[in-house]
Design a protein around this ligand. Structure first.
Ligand SMILES: [Zn+2]
Length: 459
């Protein structure tokens, strides 16, 4: 029997196994012994390893942080990295309850079906079919079940810090097809300025945005000013309202993902440009003036000289994501702005981070937080890229090239792997949404693709 027929015959088992995992609520929760990300994730890991044991694989549980199933011999190892943790279910489930996997119209509904329990089960049965076929890999194949992808990938940090073997090559079925061969580097940085204010015009509060990686659609500020002060008129995107202390200014923008800030309109930038024209003084004037002049509606960091670009992944993206203003320790208030920026895949943090930080520090700001990762990139001619693309093309006839993205996938958490599937181009991907589902035909197609991919990488 050929491998694909074999996989088709495993379809009912695959669906049953997926239901078992979906029905375990594996949202991050309070840690417990052996369950660093909560009991749900640990139970789900135990269930996945139990299944793999029954299928005839060697298994290992790494202290509840992650676990794996392994097959074959060989000095080197091919990793397939997926995750069992899910994001909270949220509201709006109408087809089924989020943790009661339900088949309907050729789809399996439930939290985690597409992200990432379905794809990892497809990988498990891909390996099962290869084993049944008698495939003898030259490299061991290890399917790793992570338990903390959605909330920081501390699972893979633990894996690496506790001697987890680094794969020679591999993929994570937690992205999209054809293949993601580049992921921009990402940094969230927060700059803070103390506001020692006197005078009639003062900034009382400033709030905008909900997360660093989202273009803020709303921002507002309260200011103090004399009761008889003449206030400027609002515009179609700025509203000015009188308050007891002075005035409230609200700015509207257009939300977009922080990796594509050019698709949005930044409400915080707009608000600062408006505030800059008011007769604020001292620190407040300097703070909003600096943000207005250096950022405003810019989305590439050009005034900081960090508007890097490359042919592979385009321009650095720059999103002024959040603004907050509150009381500092010494009684003076402080204003904080958080920026989320992403540099092109052929550059490093050193090419942009220090320049940006220096500029702010020279202007009297301090850094209240700075979290940066690395970019990931494998050139189109690398073996991993050519092999995975060839497999994808064989099954789909789609000859699109590999792509670079502004976001980060699980591939960044382990060296030498790339994100490959499970989402096909142009097909909706309802991950993180209510009524999350995977189309069962595509679950099986993924298993076929992953089987061919594992074979290509391991033989
Ligand atoms: Zn995922």
């Amino acid at each position: 029997m050929d491998l694909n027929t074999q996989i088709e015959q495993l379809r009912p088992d695959m669906i049953a196994a997926l239901k078992t995992l979906v029905n375990i609520k594996s949202v991050q929760d309070a840690p417990a012994p052996g369950a660093p990300y909560g009991k749900g994730a640990a139970d789900c890991l135990a269930a996945a390893l139990e299944l793999c044991k029954k299928l005839g694989f060697r298994t290992h549980n790494m202290d509840g942080h992650c676990g794996w199933a392994e097959y074959g011999e060989g000095k080197e190892m091919v990793m397939v990295l997926g995750h069992l943790d899910v994001v909270p279910e949220g509201d709006g489930w109408t087809v089924c309850k989020p943790y009661e996997a339900t088949e309907q119209d050729g789809k399996l509904y439930g939290r985690g079906t597409i992200d990432d329990k379905g794809p990892i089960i497809a990988s498990v049965y891909a390996l099962k079919a290869l084993k049944d076929e008698g495939f003898e890999p030259k490299r061991r194949v290890r399917i790793v079940f992570g338990c903390n992808e959605e909330t920081g990938s501390a699972d893979m940090q633990y894996y690496l810090e506790h001697g987890g073997e680094i794969p020679a090559t591999g993929f994570t079925p937690d992205g999209e097809y054809p293949l993601i061969n580049g992921e921009k580097g990402v940094c969230d940085v927060t700059f803070e300025k103390k506001l020692h204010q006197s005078g009639d015009w003062r900034l009382l509060s400033l709030t905008g945005g909900t997360a660093p990686n989202i273009v803020p659609a709303h921002a507002s500020a309260d200011i103090a000013c004399p009761a008889d002060a003449k206030l400027p008129e609002g515009t179609d995107v700025i509203r000015v309202t009188r308050t007891a202390a002075g005035a409230r200014i609200e700015a509207e923008g257009v939300s977009a993902h922080g990796s594509r800030p050019e698709l949005g309109k930044n409400a915080i930038g707009r608000l600062c440009m408006f505030l800059k024209e008011l007769p604020l003084s001292g620190d407040a004037a300097a703070a909003v003036g600096y943000i207005a002049d250096m950022i405003g509606m810019d989305t590439v960091g050009k005034h900081f000289g960090i508007d890097l670009r490359d042919d592979r992944s385009g321009t650095l993206s720059f999103n002024l994501g959040m603004a907050r203003c509150d009381e500092g320790k010494d009684g003076a208030s402080a204003v904080r702005f958080t920026i989320n920026y992403r540099w092109p895949v052929t550059y490093t943090y050193e090419d942009c981070g220090p320049k940006l930080n220096d500029a702010f520090e020279k202007a009297g700001w301090s850094i209240a937080g700075n979290n940066h990762g690395v970019a990931l990139y494998q050139a189109p001619e690398c073996e991993l890229v050519t092999k995975l693309l060839a497999v994808y093309r064989e099954f789909t006839g789609d000859n699109s090239p590999a792509k670079c993205i502004g976001g980060g996938t699980y591939a960044k958490s382990i060296p030498n792997i790339l994100a490959f599937g499970p989402v096909f181009p142009g097909v909706p991907a309802p991950e993180h949404e209510p009524n999350e589902y995977i189309e069962l035909d595509r679950l099986v197609l993924n298993a076929k693709i992953y089987a061919a991919a594992i074979r290509a990488l391991a033989e």
